[in-house]
Design a protein around this ligand. Structure first.
Ligand SMILES: C[S@@+](CC[C@H](N)C(=O)[O-])C[C@H]1O[C@@H](n2cnc3c(N)ncnc32)[C@H](O)[C@@H]1O
Length: 628
């Protein structure tokens, strides 16, 4: 299928839909065709209020997500909608940007443009304009829009690479894209892949998710991420389940004043544009820690306060128990604490909400900037090990926040534990900011700043006190709940094996004893070992855990000596030692003392021993019962 033929076919199909006024009445499918337009739109993420707010006929049920809801549009923004159809998303965006903003819809189908213009007139939209044109050659000036939206259109383009590079071109530095589209989950059946009707129906032109994200990155977008994914019922028959709907986000990096380029080049297009208008931080007023904004030469920056409220405490408690742990994040970017000015220090932190809360709480009263890196929701120490608290991310965030316009100095204060991930000289080369490694703990930041950015040896000392270890134990326990459940089921099964092949009574009675030993082994590794960590002999956590589990098992054997025979007692001893050793080894990830390579080495040595002890314990337990 050549590009021009495809476009001609697609244009004819959507012209027909524009004339008919609905996506689903024609003999052949179109994007979003899945029933009533309005209920279909609710299904893909529009509220009833949104559906009712646009002029009748604007919602043709052609979308596959709600990019407007997720685009964080602000009053005054200029927005461009790629493939605007009858204008549904444009009208919603128009409400968000207000009369001081502007929305431009671009579509290649004259009938759609005519319909959209009619809808704009019906609805009295003075800030929406529809332009006839192709999304591969956008009728818009370079660096003229704040946000690019698109809904179920790019899959229809035979030249997706060009579409992304055009979106990049028209965006101002710091501008963002929010795209809902159809992507492939698996290869389409041949007949569908070659069908023009399936192409126009948003199925055959879809590409794999990974390729889609790669094309966005190659166009120069940064912070590219999937915001939402869901199944799609557009494809039926043989192709059902081959596609899904995906909403993605990306940012065009800001330029650095003076033309110096910080951001890495990617593909053919350089993200370094130089001299664009100031970018604005994405203001997230819905976050309870944000209480306003601070105006800066680079645009408004969200202002946070130092109070830790009930929601923060509840959130902390939940993540301590492993509930919603992965999503406990703050949006990366620049935040203002208090009333910082151009001389205020810039504290760099991770976007794990617990880390962020500790920083804003511990520097209460200070006027500072907090630059939050996207560490994928993990703390500074772990992120430094994984490279997300790293040189590239620091440079990227400094650039995107246009920090050089916000502060006069050129210094960043990084937490000491972030040092393994960041090469200070590379950061300076990348964006002109020098790196000062601050204290290990946020509570020492004020003293560090008061001392002229000098850290005392005590501030640099890495400690892991008892309380810090105790608070980590709940998540250690919850991490083992699922495997423990499976292990318990196996134990009940094994417990029933005996001289009479299988006895339910024995399964019940001995099964409980086995599960009790398993539980004790987990607690020995997940609680006793962390609490007694400095006092348990040995360096390896597996050894410390093994000793704790073994000692606990020995106490249990003595206590139960009347009811345990020798094989069962030995089995208990070996099993608890192995389980506790394994669970304790897991705790290495929580400490600031062990390196990833050290952990790997320990695992290579300890795992075979732990597995051997477990097998031996199982044989003794089952064998002892059979021979009894
Ligand atoms: C599935 S509809 C989506 C319409 C709209 N975004 C919505 O959600 O209601 C696809 C629209 O994109 C337009 N379109 C498809 N390919 C295009 C291209 N290469 N350039 C411009 N518009 C295009 C079609 O004319 C059609 O109006």
């Amino acid at each position: 299928m050549d590009g021009n033929t495809i476009k001609k076919f697609v244009r004819e199909r959507y012209a027909g839909i524009a004339r008919q006024g609905t996506s689903c009445c024609g003999p052949e499918a179109s994007c979003g065709c899945g029933g009533e337009t309005e209920s279909g739109s609710r299904k893909i993420g529009y509220s009833s209020e949104e559906v009712d707010a646009v002029p009748p006929g604007a919602d043709l049920g052609l979308g596959c997500g709600n990019p407007v809801a997720l685009a964080s549009l602000r009053k005054g923004d200029v927005v461009l909608d790629l493939g605007s159809g009858a204008g549904f998303d444009c009208f919603l965006a128009a409400r968000a940007v207000g009369p001081e903003g502007k929305v431009i819809g671009v579509d290649m189908t004259p009938d759609m443009i005519e319909k959209a213009r009619g809808n704009a007139e019906k609805g009295g939209y003075g800030n929406v304009e529809f332009r006839l044109g192709e999304i591969e050659n956008l009728p818009a000036a370079d660096r003229s829009v704040d946000a690019v939206l698109s809904n179920c259109v790019i899959n229809l383009s035979p030249d997706k690479e060009k579409v992304f590079s055009e979106a990049y071109r028209v965006l101002k530095p710091g501008g963002r894209v929010m795209i809902s589209d159809i992507v492939l989950v698996r290869e389409l059946p041949e007949a569908v892949a070659g069908s023009m009707a399936a192409y126009a129906g948003c199925v055959a032109g879809a590409i794999r998710k990974e390729e889609y994200l790669r094309l966005m990155e190659e166009a120069g977008f940064r912070d590219v991420r999937v915001v939402q994914e869901s199944g799609s019922d557009i494809a039926a028959g043989e192709a059902a389940g081959s596609i899904m709907s995906m909403t993605t986000f990306g940012v065009k990096p800001s330029s650095v004043p003076g033309g110096e380029c910080c951001a890495p080049k990617s593909g053919n297009v350089s993200p370094c544009c130089g001299g664009g208008s100031p970018s604005k931080a994405v203001i997230r007023y819905e976050d309870t820690f944000v209480d306003g904004q601070v105006e800066t030469p680079a645009g408004p920056v969200p202002r946070v306060h130092s109070r830790i409220g009930r929601r923060d405490v509840l959130g902390r408690w939940k993540v301590r128990w492993g509930i919603g742990r992965d999503g406990y994040r703050v949006a990366p970017g620049l935040y203002a604490l208090g009333a910082p000015d151009g001389n205020a220090p810039v504290l760099v932190s991770a976007n794990y909400k617990l880390t962020f809360d500790v920083v804003r709480r511990d520097v209460a009263g200070l006027d500072a900037w907090i630059l939050v890196l996207d560490t994928r929701g993990i703390n500074v120490w772990c992120a430094a090990g994984e490279g997300t608290f790293g040189t590239g991310e620091v440079v990227r965030r400094v650039t995107e926040a246009q920090l050089a316009e916000v502060v006069i100095h050129r210094r960043l204060v990084l937490p000491q534990l972030g040092a393994p991930g960041v090469a200070a000289h590379e950061v300076r080369k990348g964006c002109g900011f020098s790196v000062e490694y601050g204290p290990v703990r946020a509570r020492d930041i004020r003293s560090f700043l008061d001392a002229g950015m000098k850290a005392s040896p005590a501030m640099r000392r890495v400690a892991f006190p008892t309380m810090d270890r105790i608070v980590l134990t709940p998540v250690e326990i919850t991490g083992f709940l699922r495997p423990a459940g499976w292990a318990a089921a196996v134990l009940f099964l094994l417990a029933g094996i005996g001289p009479g092949i299988f006895s339910l009574g024995a399964a019940w009675e001995r099964g409980f004893a086995g599960v009790a030993a398993l539980t004790a082994g987990i607690l020995a590794g997940a609680v006793v070992t962390p609490v007694l960590l400095p006092w348990l002999p040995g360096r390896a956590f597996s050894v410390k855990g093994g000793l704790a589990g073994g000692a606990l098992a020995a106490c249990a054997v003595v206590w139960q000596r009347g009811s345990l025979d020798a094989p069962a007692a030995l089995a208990l001893l070996l099993a608890m030692t192995a389980v506790s050793s394994f669970v304790a080894m897991n705790f290495t990830g929580a400490t600031p003392f062990t390196s990833p390579s050290g952990v790997e080495k320990e695992m290579r040595r300890a795992l075979p021993v732990q597995a051997g002890l477990t097998v031996l314990a199982g044989l003794l337990w089952v064998g002892g019962a059979i021979l009894r």
